[in-house]
Write a protein that binds this ligand. Structure first.
Ligand SMILES: *Cc1c(COP(=O)(O)O)cnc(C)c1O
Length: 350
């Protein structure tokens, strides 16, 4: 006899991380190329001398700093080991076996995986022809079994943003016992004045949570820390299903220091946004279709040509994130990295 694992896991796709190819430029994981914010590196160094102690399980200082910045009670905040961990905690906190999780598709790769791992049922809702979330279809997908909805804005991997008015109209249609999670992993890169502020919405609606991360704009992907602003009893449930001590001590110190480095963050985001505009304009000029993007990446809906495009980029030492048959997502890097990518895009036989 052999040890038995869950049979339902056999059908589960593994999460595919962006590849790191030595000697190549990695534009595959939506990381910022500039590194952590400079003042944060120093704080991380200091925190290293304390790692023989367990981290603060309640992430007290970080929670309090977030609460005061975001004007919410600390009881409404849950810190997680990356927002991907919070995604799973959200499913665990709201769903049992017969319950449903509605999410857009294509969207963040983790949604279907964590939903299945947590044992709930997935209800993916296709995007519109313009690569945006189809809010009408998502609202229509709600059934009495729906407990949770992920709304990713800007959407990964297509970059499209929901506007405040359409999001409000959508939220008005969702039953009050369904939790709507606004996944705002790219919030710091958003420049559209009509963009919703998920934290503000979470403050005013009893069934909405906002989820943000230190992995993207703050440049702390390797440390794994994110947070949710949720209704108080949901935040409490998230803390219950959290693996004890999973938010490590260095991550807590680094996140706290990052909040203090808003000027450095702003300079970082401004240069990413300027490069985003430059890269998208250049791609449009070359004849590519590129949906409007409010994140730190562009989406090229290349369909059947995605695999060939991916290989062409790899030959030119640029690693992009290909979703075969669908499209390629390309992270905005430093200007010289973007130039290398644009050179590859220029020589691809479209
Ligand atoms: C990157 C990403 C996350 C996960 O970020 P971590 O905090 O590193 O786990 C969550 N949601 C979306 C949409 C992302 O793109």
């Amino acid at each position: 006899m052999t040890v038995r694992t869950r049979a339902d896991l056999d059908q589960l796709p593994a999460y595919v991380a962006g590849r790191t190819v030595p000697g190549s430029i990695k534009l595959a994981s939506n990381e910022v190329s500039g590194g952590p914010l400079p003042s944060v590196v120093e704080a991380i160094g200091q925190a290293a001398t304390e790692v023989h102690r367990y981290p603060d399980m309640g992430t007290t200082k970080l929670t309090e700093a977030l609460a005061s910045r975001l004007h919410v009670a600390p009881e409404r905040i849950a810190v997680g080991c990356g927002s991907v961990s919070l995604c799973e905690q959200l499913v665990l906190a709201t769903c049992t076996a017969e319950d449903e999780v509605v999410f857009p598709w294509r969207s963040f790769e983790a949604y279907p995986i964590i939903t299945r791992v947590a044992g709930a049922r997935q209800v993916p809702v296709p995007l519109t022809g313009d690569h945006a979330l189809d809010l009408d279809a998502m609202a229509a997908a709600v059934t009495p079994a729906t407990r949770l909805m992920f709304v990713c804005t800007p959407n990964n991997p297509t970059g499209t943003l929901l506007r405040r008015a359409e999001l409000d109209a959508f939220l008005d249609r969702i039953p009050s016992d369904v939790l709507v999670v606004l996944d705002e992993a790219y919030w710091e890169f958003v420049t559209d004045p009509d963009a919703p502020d998920g934290v503000e919405i979470a403050r005013n609606r009893d069934n909405v949570a906002s989820m943000r991360t230190f992995s993207k704009a703050y440049g702390l992907a390797g440390l794994r820390v994110g947070y949710a602003v949720a209704p108080e009893h949901v935040a409490a449930a998230l803390r219950k299903v959290c693996i004890p001590f999973s938010v490590n001590a260095i991550a807590q110190v680094a996140a706290l220091a990052s909040l203090e480095a808003q000027d450095e963050l702003k300079a970082r985001c401004d240069s990413v946004v300027a490069e985003r505009v430059r890269v998208r304009d250049a791609l449009l000029e070359l004849g590519y279709e590129v949906p409007e993007t409010q994140a730190n990446f562009v989406w090229l809906p290349l369909g059947d040509r995605t695999q060939a495009f991916n290989e062409h980029c790899l030959e030119n030492r640029v690693v992009v994130r290909a979703f075969v048959g669908d499209g390629a997502r390309v992270t905005i890097g430093l200007p010289e990295e973007n130039d290398a990518f644009l050179a590859a895009a220029r020589t691809f036989q479209q």
